[in-house]
Design a binder for this molecule. Structure first.
Ligand code: SAH
Ligand code: SF4
Length: 361
């Protein structure tokens, strides 16, 4: 049996090491979590940063095989918040001292869309007098658009690689120009180059995914020198092409446990990055996100989208808290996060230390 010391003293995990720890059960799994917990409190502290998540539109031009809001899904009721609804949600996050917001939505590439986001970013700067952290998660965009958004107040960007093995990526996306692995990778590189705090992530428990794929995902994040990660369990959606492979999936509980182990191992591999506790964890376990915080994650993204729209942003089934209003979430999170021994860093942007270490800024 490998000991905690052996885990901690190992500077660089190989693919085999990662697979070994992904398979850990019982006492070994407990040891892994103890190690990651220790690293977390040493390097990022027991502080959790809030990002108010605004899912402002489910209109998307892409057709990813796993996603419930893919363009071809006729059953998705489409919505697009008005600017003032988005800014109200941002104001709510700001007034409740969330420190940062995330604007997320389907992928649309058009000059009008780019202009709209630029306008929103300027307004967010005004509302918060430039203090609010702003993350965008709006998919692949031309370099000049990424630059324009950065210049207007966005400073973090989340673009999941979804699956770092190109073969797996190709199995879960249509084979065409707009779902091209190399383009996605290039976009991620561009984000890092133009100066964003750059985040990526993957889905865990996808059909066709192997242990080596998952280990490769973590190595990809390390090699890329990523600043932030959001990774979560894959949860099937009945109106998507991947649904036909549901019989091949490991159980939801196994996907959940795998996500925790991926989080713990990544925390040990990349000590100073920000790791988000994925919302999808909560679709499987009511205190799933808190469990991820306990073993290594340090960011949580409370949903601040107005209640009436939340139901329609269904990337996957059983999405949690779709009936709640943002204010209800705040109270319950205070209690839940206290429960795992962490404290909420209210009013702090919570930029990843890794970004400063990486860039020397
Ligand atoms: N359109 C943007 C952002 C919104 S989608 C983009 O794709 O980058 C945000 C994330 O939801 C995706 O990156 C994907 O990893 C996740 N997602 C989509 N469908 C999912 C599913 N069925 N289960 C779990 N996560 C899913
Ligand atoms: Fe669109 Fe993102 Fe869903 Fe793909 S994952 S269909 S880009 S919203």
């Amino acid at each position: 049996m490998k000991q905690v010391d052996a885990i901690l003293n190992k500077n660089r995990f190989s693919r085999e090491d990662i697979v070994y720890w992904l398979k850990a059960e019982g006492e070994e799994k407990t040891r892994l979590f103890e190690a990651s917990q220790m690293i977390k409190s040493q390097y990022v502290g027991k502080r959790v940063y809030f990002r108010g998540l605004v899912e402002f539109s489910n209109i998307c031009s892409k057709n990813c095989y796993y996603c419930g809001i893919r363009r071809a899904n006729q059953n998705a009721e489409r919505y697009n918040l008005t600017d003032s609804e988005i800014l109200d949600a941002v104001r709510f996050a700001y007034e409740n001292r969330y420190g940062s917001v995330v604007l997320q939505g389907g992928e649309i590439s058009s000059p009008a869309f780019a202009r709209r986001i630029t306008g929103l970013l300027r307004r967010i700067q005004e509302i918060s007098e430039g203090t609010l952290g702003v993350t965008l998660s709006l998919g692949e965009q031309p370099e000049e658009v990424y630059r324009e958004w950065l210049e207007n107040g966005a400073h973090r960007y989340l673009l999941r690689i979804e699956a770092s093995n190109p073969e797996l990526y190709n199995k879960i996306h249509p084979e065409d120009d707009i779902h091209d692995y190399h383009k996605r990778l290039e976009s991620l590189r561009t984000l890092q180059k133009v100066g964003y705090q750059t985040g990526t992530g993957v889905m865990i428990g996808l059909p066709f995914q192997t242990w080596e794929d998952l280990a490769g995902d973590l190595i990809f994040m390390r090699d890329f020198d990523i600043d932030m990660v959001g990774m979560g369990p894959y949860i099937e959606h009945k109106d998507t092409p991947l649904y036909q492979y549901r019989d091949q999936l490991v159980s939801e509980e196994e996907r959940f446990q795998l996500t925790l182990k991926m989080t713990a191992i990544l925390r040990i591999m990349m000590k100073d990055i920000n790791i988000a506790a994925a919302t999808a964890l909560q679709a499987i376990d009511p205190i799933g996100r808190e469990k991820a915080l306990k073993i290594g994650a340090n960011v949580i993204m409370p949903n601040v989208t107005p209640g009436m729209y939340r139901n329609n942003y269904k990337l996957y089934e059983n999405k949690p808290c779709t009936d709640e209003e943002a204010a209800d979430c705040t109270n319950c999170l205070d209690v839940r996060i206290g429960m795992v021994g962490d404290e909420i860093a209210y009013g702090e942007r919570g930029d990843p230390k890794h970004y400063y270490n990486r860039t020397g800024k």
